[in-house]
Design a protein around this ligand. Structure first.
Ligand code: NAD
Length: 254
């Protein structure tokens, strides 16, 4: 028996570094997965999985800032798989810029992607879950939503808002049997930190500095974050709601 047998999960940011691993692991644990990301068509590991298991994995492309795309994603999950048990709001955008140089357009974009879209996706999915009387919603926040980092004011505000959204949603949705939790990773080895550091002269030294912020002196592997998402999605986490959970190699312990 897989840990997610008979569950239907929506995973956003599904073509990203963590998303691809999440789709694969959720499917391995028995879930049916509606994957979504910006690209019109699935690629990489997700495309291969759809070819291999077309009855168990589907993909909807689009920008989750668009309310119509949000509705399309949730409707597609219900149409193809009949229900929605898990929403993993995993998509995200990072812009790192000094506070005084951050433009209002950059702030608006970060809030729209990292906070407004998960809000809308959660509303659409929770309406389905409420009828079922159960569900688990997981937000991929960040340690940047818990503590302050230079150049991360706008990103941190969006992720801090996302963490608070988990707590607040949990209070509204508990009577409907819906759990809501936020995951707060430290730096994860995906394209996201690479894009952030793309202009630094000594990339290797910059990565070593980043690694040194964590007690474990390394970045997280995507699977290490996905393992927590998997747990929160499963019935093993039946008593967990309103949690804002650092998973950061000890970064926020110091
Ligand atoms: N990598 C890290 O160091 C780190 C640390 C803490 C939190 N996180 C969070 O983890 C999550 C996954 O990130 P990742 O590390 O896999 O990075 P990633 O850049 O590989 O993946 C992010 C995915 O989100 C998608 N996305 C961005 N904007 C979108 C939009 N408007 N509509 C639809 N999809 C959109 C991207 O296309 C991409 O595939 C993000 O929410 C990120 O903020 C990452």
């Amino acid at each position: 028996m897989g840990r997610l047998n008979n569950k239907v999960a929506i995973i956003t940011g599904a073509l990203g570094g963590q998303g691809q691993v999440a789709v694969r692991r959720f499917v391995e644990e028995g879930a049916k997965v509606l994957a979504s990301d910006l690209a019109a068509r699935a690629n990489g590991e997700v495309a291969a999985l759809i070819r291999k298991k077309p009855a168990r994995v589907a993909y909807v492309g689009g920008d989750v800032r668009d309310g119509k795309v949000v509705e399309k994603i949730v409707k597609a999950a219900v149409k193809k798989f009949g229900r929605v048990d898990v929403l993993y709001n995993n998509h995200g955008l990072m812009v790192g810029k000094p506070f005084l140089e951050t433009t209002v357009e950059e702030l608006d974009q970060l809030l729209a992607v990292n906070l407004r879209a998960p809000f809308l996706l959660s509303q659409a999915a929770a309406r389905v879950m409420a009828k079922q009387g159960s569900g688990s919603i997981i937000h991929n926040s960040s340690v940047g939503g818990i503590v302050g980092f230079p150049t991360m004011a706008a990103y941190g505000a969006s992720k801090g808002g996302l963490a608070q959204l988990a707590r607040s949603m949990a209070t509204d949705l508990a009577p409907m049997g819906i759990r809501v939790n936020a995951i707060c990773p430290g730096v994860v080895d995906t394209q996201m930190p690479r894009r952030y550091l793309k202009d630094v002269e000594d990339m290797k030294a910059a990565f070593e500095q980043m690694a040194a912020m964590h007690l474990m002196n390394r970045l997280a592997e995507p699977i290490e974050i996905v393992n927590l998402a998997l747990f929160l999605a499963s019935d093993e986490a039946s008593y967990m709601t309103g949690g804002v959970i650092p998973i950061d190699g000890g970064l926020t312990a110091i």
